[in-house]
Design a protein around this ligand. Structure first.
Ligand code: 5GP
Length: 208
């Protein structure tokens, strides 16, 4: 069996980042429904409280700080980060990733830029995609429309967003989210193209 066939059988790791409010969750949900690849979302663990539309085990594995800490101590995380510096932790469970990859799935990690850098240390072959809002005021408008954040949380999210946008150039692919449909189509196409390249051999592609 060739190296390419082996890596196809083993599945692929896809990291999707982008600032809070850019529409990652909606895009990823639609991508999973529409793209004809064996995609699977890695469900992260978090200590942040669930929002009204969050579903436990689907959007996140919600857990107490104690449970999260005990999993950290057991080395169950591939990466974990206190994303907004407000005491809420987010992390990727190793088991979510390895089980899927071994079953030949393309595992999507929807994680922040710090977590992404940590994952790349272990999985340098991962495909990386950054979803860009276009500009910060567009992001603010989307966050306001979502209506889930307090003024303090909104300010913090926009501050972190600036840092995230500055890191976009570290990603192999940057896609500006003009409409969800366009973005989903672009990401799916990019993933389909990457099937024909050996791992880590992705071409730079910026979709506007
Ligand atoms: P939210 O609270 O809006 O669901 O997510 C906040 C941010 O946390 C998002 O930008 C998301 O990408 C990031 N995030 C979600 N899960 C993880 C994870 O497992 N690890 C890391 N590093 N970031 C995550």
């Amino acid at each position: 069996m060739s190296k390419t066939e082996q890596s196809r059988d083993r599945g692929k790791l896809v990291i999707i980042s982008g600032p809070s409010g850019v529409g990652k969750s909606t895009i990823v949900k639609q991508l999973l429904e529409q793209c004809e690849l064996p995609l699977e979302l890695s469900v992260s663990a978090t200590t942040r409280p669930p929002r009204s539309d969050d579903r436990a085990g689907v959007n996140y594995h919600f857990m107490t700080a104690e449970e999260f800490q005990s999993r950290v101590a057991n080395e169950e995380f591939l990466e974990y980060v206190e994303v907004f510096g407000h005491g809420y932790w987010y992390g990727t469970l190793k088991e979510q990733v390895s089980t899927g990859l071994n079953r030949g799935k393309w595992i999507i990690l929807e994680i922040d830029i710090v977590g992404a850098a940590k994952v790349l240390e272990v999985h340098p072959e991962a495909l990386t995609i950054f979803i860009h809002p276009g500009n910060l005021s567009e992001l603010q408008r989307r966050l306001e429309k979502r209506g889930t954040e307090t003024p303090e949380s909104m300010a913090r999210r926009l501050e972190v967003a600036q840092q995230e946008l500055a890191a976009a150039s570290n990603y192999q692919n940057i896609i500006t989210n003009k409409t969800v449909d366009q973005t989903v189509t672009s990401i799916c196409q990019l993933l389909l193209n990457s099937r024909n390249h050996p791992s880590g051999d992705n071409t730079e592609c910026t979709t506007n």
